[in-house]
Design a binder for this molecule. Structure first.
Ligand SMILES: C[S@@+](CC[C@H](N)C(=O)[O-])C[C@H]1O[C@@H](n2cnc3c(N)ncnc32)[C@H](O)[C@@H]1O
Length: 177
């Protein structure tokens, strides 16, 4: 992670992540529900855009949501407090050095994170070790290069290709989905 991070840490980007999560909520989460008592890790929670939906839809599960950005975690915590959530604990942590024992979680949730990593497979291996036997991992990633515009627009296509290029230069892969 560095200053070239495409989906950056600026207020406008935070707002975009919230808009994105709101727009996609039915598509991504229509059948998302973790059983009562489940222990769930959300890796790369950002400003909590998915966290609120997850925790509200599974009020009897307990979530630990982590992000490498302390500022994003602080914002996520503020939003969760504002929403009155009591089943989420936030922690600042790098998913390549997580402070959890093996088999600590029943489920892992990852959304729009692997696309930013230079070692996404290693990240998945690390996360899978944190699962208890029979646990599940949910990964949601985009394929920004397959974006469809109607009516088509050369300028919009060019803008998307800029994103793909910038993300690649930053070590990620915008086509990972
Ligand atoms: C595009 S945001 C997605 C946030 C959230 N999952 C969502 O869907 O709105 C990607 C997030 O991954 C986080 N991230 C990137 N590399 C990370 C790492 N090594 N460990 C933990 N979080 C990381 C970033 O800080 C950022 O908040």
């Amino acid at each position: 992670m560095n200053e070239t991070y495409v989906h950056g840490y600026h207020p406008r980007e935070n707002e975009r992540l919230q808009d994105q999560a709101g727009t996609l909520v039915d598509l991504l989460h229509s059948d998302t529900a973790y059983p009562s008592g489940s222990i769930v890790l959300e890796a790369g929670c950002g400003v909590g855009a998915q966290t609120l939906t997850l925790a509200q839809r599974s009020p009897d599960a307990r979530f630990t949501s982590v992000d490498v950005s302390a500022d994003s975690v602080a914002e996520a915590r503020r939003r969760a407090d504002w929403a009155g959530l009591t089943n989420v604990e936030f922690r600042q942590a790098d998913l390549f050095a997580l402070p959890f024992n093996a088999e600590s979680f029943d489920h892992v949730f990852v959304c729009f994170v692997l696309e930013h990593l230079s070692r996404p497979v290693e990240a998945l291996v690390i996360l899978s070790r944190l699962l208890s036997p029979g646990g599940t991992i949910t990964v949601i990633e985009g394929d920004h290069g397959s974006t469809y515009f109607h009516p088509d627009s050369a300028a919009a296509q060019a803008a998307i290709q800029c994103q793909v290029k910038l993300q690649r230069e930053a070590g990620g892969n915008a086509l990972i989905g």
